[in-house]
Design a protein around this ligand. Structure first.
Ligand SMILES: [Mg+2]
Length: 229
């Protein structure tokens, strides 16, 4: 049975240097006509885009309805594209990511997918900015559910549809940087490799009892061994 590795994006694979959050606020200003400083801080760590939007709509007293959500997301994605390609963009991939993905691919034995709160198009844009898009077969996204705990089964089904291989939860490892990544792995009985490269230090993640917890994914060989053994 192949291993199924499901990677989170923000804080795990890459850091957009604030471009993601700023773009969500650009859209709030444009769609709702509010100034970003009037809004409470966004709580983005481990959140799904849908969850963030529902909270934002509530804060400005706007009905959370399909047409408005579509308009908001379209506005957000426009700003995201602009910010990701701005000359002042300061995002980066996190330490070890490129070599880890290469090592996993050449080792074989694992199918590599995504489990992210980003809507699919946003995820694609962020990964494409760093030429990482082709590294992932498919996965579950913020469009699939507002509750991250519901994304594990979606990711497993999509990966099965794409690879033709079936997986049990014992084959699945979720790799993520927040307590919400750990709980979405636990929600399906899967393991989580937590990594302290996002908003949480490794010590703060250990409290949530991930299967493994590392300061970063920089020690490529050690991480590869953990994920494939
Ligand atoms: Mg994250």
């Amino acid at each position: 049975m192949p291993r199924l590795l499901l990677f989170d994006i923000d804080g795990t694979l890459l850091d957009t240097g604030g471009a993601g959050g700023a773009s969500l606020l650009d859209a709030a200003e444009e769609i709702f006509g509010v100034a970003r400083h009037e809004l409470p801080p966004l709580d983005l760590a481990g959140a799904t885009d849908g969850g963030v939007l529902r909270r934002l709509f509530g804060q400005v007293g706007h009905a959370y309805e399909a047409a408005a959500i579509t308009a908001y997301l379209s506005c957000y994605l426009g700003h995201l594209h602009r910010r990701l390609h701005d000359e002042l963009f300061i995002g980066e991939t996190l330490p070890g990511i490129g070599s880890l993905l290469t090592m996993l691919e050449s080792a074989g034995g694992a199918d590599i997918g995504l489990l992210t709160g980003n809507v699919r198009r946003g995820a694609e844009m962020k990964l494409a900015r760093f030429d990482l898009g082709s590294r992932f077969v498919d996965g579950a996204f913020g469009d699939d559910a507002e509750d991250r705990n519901l994304l594990g089964p979606v990711a497993m089904q999509r990966m099965t549809a794409a690879t033709g291989r079936s997986y049990t939860v014992a084959d699945v490892i979720v790799i993520g940087d927040t307590p919400k990544d750990i709980s979405c792995a636990h929600a399906i009985g899967a393991r989580c490799l937590a990594v302290g490269t996002g908003h949480f230090q490794a010590d703060a993640l250990r409290i949530h009892q991930p299967w493994q917890c590392l300061e970063s994914l920089a020690e490529t060989e050690r991480v590869c061994e953990l994920l494939l053994s």
